[in-house]
Design a protein around this ligand. Sequence first.
Ligand SMILES: NC(=O)c1ccc[n+]([C@@H]2O[C@H](COP(=O)([O-])OP(=O)(O)OC[C@H]3O[C@@H](n4cnc5c(N)ncnc54)[C@H](OP(=O)(O)O)[C@@H]3O)[C@@H](O)[C@H]2O)c1
Length: 332
Amino acid sequence: MPNSSYDALVVSETDKNNFSIKVQSKDISDLPEGDLLIRVHYSSLNYKDALSASGNRGVTRHYPHVPGIDAAGVVAESSNPLFRLGDQVLACGFDIGMNTAGGFGQFIRIPAEWALPCPQDLGLRDSMIYGTAGFTAAQSVKRLLDFPVVPGKGKILVTGATGGVGSIAVALLKHLGYKLTAVSGKPQAAEFLTQLGAEEIITRQQAADYSGKFLLKEKWAGAVDTVGGEILATAIKSTVYGGAVTCCGNVASPDLPLSVYPFILRGVSLLGIDSAQCPIHIRKKIWQKIAGDWRIENLESLVTECGLQELPTHIERMLQGRHTGRVIVNLL
Ligand SMILES: NC(=O)c1ccc[n+]([C@@H]2O[C@H](COP(=O)([O-])OP(=O)(O)OC[C@H]3O[C@@H](n4cnc5c(N)ncnc54)[C@H](OP(=O)(O)O)[C@@H]3O)[C@@H](O)[C@H]2O)c1
């Protein structure tokens, strides 16, 4: 049995709809039931964590709560024959960090079905550079490839390009030989995006059409959208005949102001992406790709590493749309 107290970033409701966030000492006995106790070494910051940390009831119903939808660490106790003491594991999605204490604590306890062996070639730290954001980017790219929207068919549009999902999508698409245009609201990040692989960068204003037209000039063979709203609608209206657009996020808006014409006149397809409940056999395949021939070279250029104490500042930046790349959390 490991030492029973540990540190975690705890979000508490101070009074109705006011939330405080601070590092606190917790006890392992406070953790929920589960057949796997994991000593978390690294976690990462995703948009959903920023929502959970700011009291968003759509993500987390009950407080006090420890967010963190991603965790990579070592098995400290297991009552499941699939995992042994000392195994390196990844735990991303499902209910982790939503209504189950998450990876912003040095320990989590979860059902074994929520965990995967960490791919050996990747290691715990690098797996968190990807985390849910990178996994979702890889899922989106896989859906395009399988559709198929293959390299050589034309340009791919990536929205929210400096964010976690967006930046890894840019790097992965480039790695696979696609040509791509990035949408970003951060002019100062142009060099970052060019180095990652964007050939062209356009502003959010250029990417959102408010003319009310049902269809626009065909520009994109496909798109990876992370923001929703007018930018997603415009991407769909500008996708070539038979192309496909993936949709995973709503940082701009949950709305999709659109007519049916891109679908019924151009045969465009909208591909929904969900990482949280993604079945384990697909998860394993995608993580193997990430650790194998989809491994991105210049990953470190995406990373800001911090400890629990600095994490609230990064959460705030993310909520303000000011953050770039991936924040990984060192809990060693
Ligand atoms: N479906 C799933 O399973 C799944 C999994 C992971 C993430 N997601 C969702 O995907 C989205 C992105 O997640 P993330 O972790 O990449 O978040 P993130 O790191 O915060 O990135 C979001 C990016 O979107 C852009 N952005 C911010 N506010 C915007 C606005 N008002 N209008 C247009 N663009 C805006 C910014 O990039 P620029 O400044 O470069 O424009 C920002 O960096 C979130 O909605 C998240 O919940 C879903």
